[in-house]
Design a binder for this molecule. Sequence first.
Ligand code: SF4
Ligand code: MG
Length: 327
Amino acid sequence: TKKVLEVKDLKIDFAQEKGSVTVVNGISFDIYPGETLGLVGESGCGKSVTSLSIMGLLDTTPGKVYGGEITYKGENLVIKNDEFMSKIRGNEISMIFQEPMTSLNPVMTIGEQLDEVLYIHTNLNKKQIKDKSIEMLEKVKIPRPDEVYKSYPHELSGGMRQRVMIAIALACEPKLLIADEPTTALDVTIQAQILELMGNLKEETETSILFITHDLGVVAQMCDRVMVMYAGELVEQGDVVTIFKTPKHPYTKGLLKSIPKLGESRGLLPSIKGQVPAPGTIETGCKFAPRCEEAMDICKKTSPELLLFGRKHSCRCHLYEVTEEVV
Ligand code: SF4
Ligand code: MG
């Protein structure tokens, strides 16, 4: 199968007063046509910088890609200039964020903002652009699209604003949509509605989705495959059924225990003790060792290698080096 995007040994560091620290330490993954790939991990693990690097937006933060490649249509996006990237952004690769208010322009109407991306990236005329914008608002199930077209962002609820963001992101029929915690800022009912909408759109379009979340429950609902990221590394990767039924990495197992069962309150969940280490603080061994209940002597000394279990399941943990046959 042809890949939509290929990320190879991507390394990102952050400039700090005392020098730079690595925040993404050599991750590799592929995204295939039409699939939804989850990227899951706690905040601070490197998920968002990974997505910003794909969009060529790292320049606006202290982060910098210092190794690896991001290949899209045969081009390495890492070395492309902003002029090249601005033709791709919002057109072939688009993104929705956690807080739509910060990505919508408060002084432009919804219609103007939808029209603008179609004006930049298509050859449609004024009338066609307006029709397409209204059609997109209908597609994301916004009631009274003609009125919303003339509204300003502050006149809409958070859920409606996120629908607008999805409409803008999908207007040019991108090959890849990056969704970074798109429902995290919304209350539970609205979150469910947005996920349902995205699930339906996923069936209707051929757009591949990179779905970034800290919530494996969301992954179960939305994704075909999932990558688990911890402290700048991918620690486990596989199809969703495999990861949920037979997780291997202790971190993945911990995240799975934190998914609320029906009727359980979120407040009482067992979560993984401790926190994601600050970048650069753990130099040797497995970065999860300080929090791992199964840690062994070797874990603090040597970094585990990525092991393959079958064709599609991989995990980075010393527990399996001796006991499992490596394929
Ligand atoms: Fe735990 Fe060791 Fe596996 Fe790291 S390598 S997850 S510390 S058992
Ligand atoms: Mg984030």
